[in-house]
Design a binder for this molecule. Structure first.
Ligand code: SIN
Length: 281
């Protein structure tokens, strides 16, 4: 049993897994209160182990969401903007989908992967959610990679893929170079090999011609869709999710028609990010 789980017991936390390798609902935490150092370290350990943590019945304010996120690093203000009161609280609103994502479609993605130093993680709070629908699914990037046939692993091991967010960045007045990351990234803390493609940012595999790249991406997409790699979370009022963005992909299910679903997300910067913003900024 891992030390994170032993500590969870010491702190009277409950840990209910959603899938053998990804996702756990954590009980016994009150996110309206500051975390002790021991609780913070335990949650960080649980995050590394389960990749995404869920908390129910957390009636928290934006300030408390920001304070919780700050336990795990400095925050990153997304260039598409924040809510009126907090630059670092990014609204994820159904009405904006067409503005920032081609066709407004949902995709398996990672956050800020268009950056050289993508965010460490995120804290997402449900604000206005449909009675049913609007779930979010997280996919375990390590399990996806482990599950690939050996020949496919060997084929992608040294390949890079482009993460192209240039159109939305230009619309937001941001000039940032086009970035490619390895398809398989080593997680900086767990050492796991993580399958990491953002299918929402016009992926194109470097050094392959378009047809070859498209065919390989389509083959890999089949693997990402396998349900055994997924943790699917049904949102309720006052639910909060906290994920490790370096550990896999996620997907917002848009099955709620015109319902004006709104979530608020706080991004935690990577450790060496140059554009850090304090919550008061
Ligand atoms: C996100 O993709 O970061 C947000 C997911 C969601 O809206 O469910």
């Amino acid at each position: 049993m891992s030390s994170a789980v032993l500590e969870a017991r010491d702190l009277s936390l409950t840990v209910e897994r959603l899938n053998p390798t990804i996702g756990a609902e954590i009980g016994g935490v009150d996110l309206t209160q500051p975390l002790t150092a021991q609780l913070r370290d335990t949650l960080r350990g649980l995050l590394l182990k389960h990749k995404v943590l869920f908390f129910r019945d957390q009636d928290i304010t934006r300030d408390q969401q920001v304070a919780f996120a700050l336990n795990f690093g400095e925050l990153y203000a997304h260039p598409t903007g924040g809510v009126e009161t907090h630059r670092v609280v990014q609204p994820i609103a159904a009405e904006n989908f067409k503005k920032y994502v081609a066709n407004g479609e949902s995709h398996w993605h990672t956050d800020t992967s268009w950056r050289i130093d993508p965010s460490f993680g995120a804290v997402l709070r449900a604000v206005t959610i449909p009675e049913v629908g609007g779930d979010t699914i997280w996919a375990d990037g390590a399990a996806i990679y482990r599950g690939l046939p050996e020949d496919l692993k060997a084929r992608i091991d040294d390949l890079y893929v482009i993460h192209d967010y240039q159109d939305a960045l230009r619309r937001s007045g941001v000039n940032y170079p086009l970035v490619a990351h390895p398809i398989v990234r080593t997680h900086p803390e767990t050492g796991e090999d993580i399958f990491w493609i953002n299918f929402g940012l016009k992926p194109r595999i470097v050094d392959l011609d378009k047809a070859e790249s498209d065919a390989l991406l389509a083959r890999l997409y089949e693997e990402v869709k396998r349900p055994e790699y997924h943790a699917r979370f049904r949102w309720r009022k006052n639910s909060v999710a906290f994920w490790d963005n370096r550990a896999g992909l996620h997907f917002a299910v848009r099955d709620y028609g015109d319902f004006p679903r709104v979530m608020e997300r706080v991004l935690i910067a990577s450790d060496d990010i140059p554009h850090r913003v304090r919550p008061s900024a």
